[in-house]
Design a protein around this ligand. Sequence first.
Ligand code: 3HC
Length: 331
Amino acid sequence: MYAQMVKTGVSAVKTREEMSEQERAFQARIDAGEKIEPKDWMPDEYRKTLIRQIGQHAHSEVVGQLPEGNWITRAPTLERKAILLAKVQDEAGHGLYLYCAAETLGISRDEMIEMLHAGKMKYSSIFNYPTLNWADIGAIGWLVDGAAIMNQVPLQRTSYGPYSRAMIRICKEESFHQRQGYDIMMKMAAGSPEQKAMAQDALNRFWYPSLMMFGPSDKESVHSAQSMAWKIKINTNDELRQKFVDQTVPQAEYLGLKVPDEALRWNEDKGGYDFSEPDWNEFFEVLRGNGPCNRDRMRARVKAWEDGAWFREGLLAHGEKRAARRLKTAA
Ligand code: 3HC
């Protein structure tokens, strides 16, 4: 029931000759760096691609609260608890900005949530991995939020206005998230041998799933070519993955931790690291709903949605009563 649909085959991008006049004018606006706004004309596929990507992104923020929320009551100090609580609340806020941005494209939040629950919309693969101990919370902030920033900073320049504006605010907060994670890792790595071993173990388990966050390799990426032509995406999946590795390896070295990749080498010619690809079979299995926590995550989301029904109904009834009262007074 909760399997996420997996498609293969790279989408073709229309040539100028194949475009209608309206499509050519639209592409010219994109090429000129103009932002597209909700009431502007846009090709159906542009609209669908945005709903898919922004919706998936919104779901990721919300589902992403689960692995961390689980640790709020077990944070080691009051200060860490307050910081984690603020971070998890930020993620809920990011979900809300993004659902609102997607709603400007003509889909409702309820529809997107129904699609998520029916396995017709995805959320990031990373949140299907368990958080086993406190060091995992450090690794998530450092690596997962670090990967999210690497992906999302360029998205501030995405061609769709509401998405671009949501990303500006989100990126500011993500940068605090990444630092709080790295701060936990610094404490653990400089702590007792047991604490350092926990930090290393968290890095070992989260390294490859973090690399998977950037999506399949460019040759397997179904949407990249068209999304880049429309400037919905600014970089390819592999470009961002490379930048993430180049940025993160020195951070691991500073912590005195070892990235779990025997093939990792600095390549002078390309000015970046050579590294091992993640296990793509594992990635596609997670997308099919077979990761370690897919079922738990969806069960928790569906339960939260069902348990909150009385509140949503109450809000609606209250709104209807107020509207009826206003009409009566106006008559
Ligand atoms: N997890 C789940 N699904 C993924 C994925 C991942 N890590 N990477 C790719 N996919 C899916 C795609 O959605 C697509 O499936 P679909 O056709 O059914 O929609 C399929 O795999 C093929 O991948 P493509 O490369 O063709 O897809 P995209 O062009 O959409 O690129 C992406 C994938 C790079 C993730 C892009 O969608 C993107 O940049 N999204 C916005 C950022 C985002 O969603 N981030 C979520 C990260 S978590 C987060 O931000 C929370 C923070 O608090 C940490």
